[in-house]
Design a protein around this ligand. Sequence first.
Ligand SMILES: [Zn+2]
Length: 376
Amino acid sequence: MSIPTVAGLSAAAADRAAANVGVTILDEQAKREVRRAILAGVAIPGYQVPFGSREMPVARGWGSGGLQATLSIAGAEDTVKVIDQGDEEGVNAVNLRRLILGSLRCRASADTRESTLIQSRHRIPEDSLSGDQIVVLQVPVSEPLRDVVKSIREANRMHAEADYSRMWVSMYEDLVTSGVINKSSGYPVVVNHRHVMALSPIPRWDVPRLNDAKNLAVLSHGRDKKIYCVLPHTPVEPVAFDDVPFEVEHTEGETCVLCGSADTYLVPTADGRHQCSDTEWCSRVRAGDVDPEEHLAVAPRRYYPDPERRVGAIAEPWLTDSALLTTSGSEGHEPRTATGGAVEPQGRVPGQDLPGPPGLLGGDGGRGREFRRRSG
Ligand SMILES: [Zn+2]
């Protein structure tokens, strides 16, 4: 066995560069396994498919799952766009792009329109995507039930039986204590009327973009070794109660300080103003290189917050007052107003649950409550 020398390794590297052969980060067998997992994920949208996640030259939690998916389904003929929270120049995006280009020897582009594969951390580009494009989302938490059940075995049972009652209860608790569902990014969705799926923590703004999308979305979590997909034209519905509308992040009258857009996902700047999260979109708006009418059509305007439709928060005194916890009888459990004022009749009929959102879960998994609406 010959011992490799520095000169020998340098010569081999020079030969590979001359032949335009990329650095092997993921071997072909591993790529095939990832592709098989993606095919299984496409067959059962929203179902978490296990795969043999390999060690990558990035730390777990820094896009190792997304990197494996991209390397497995893209090739030298692809044009890849990598973004981190909508920004091409984020540290994570720059390093992942360097790894992808070095391995696949493909092109990179900041322009969403000419990209065939978009790997993203926590955003979907503002542009409308076509059926020729694939979005790979990096996922930090793939199990949507993690907050409500710690046992993996129990979570698997709940998915198998579409028993998502504990998640509904958790959201109900949010409503009765704060009046709104607190989940902001990574909002749970129901895919194809069957599986509850954890999103990459994309903002709520992007959630409606997944519904009936023309493009394939691949979500990959390297640390948990799970891949799941949303194939084109699949129904993706945010988990919400019938009488409590799903809302996206939007403040009336707020516009981007750079381009003036009001119908994009805005993030705060250091000086307290706002700008577009998608930096490439923002620069193209300023250059007049966008179709504002088309973008307006895909903006989630029907989910803009409407305080008139929100339920009132009901502070249950027995949740916070330990003295009342020992009170016997039903008096201590009567609902109070958020300010602790006079008791008002709650709209729901005791002991009668309303069915959950139609077509979502079926069985007893989709039970909701009717809430007292805040007047005025
Ligand atoms: Zn802008």
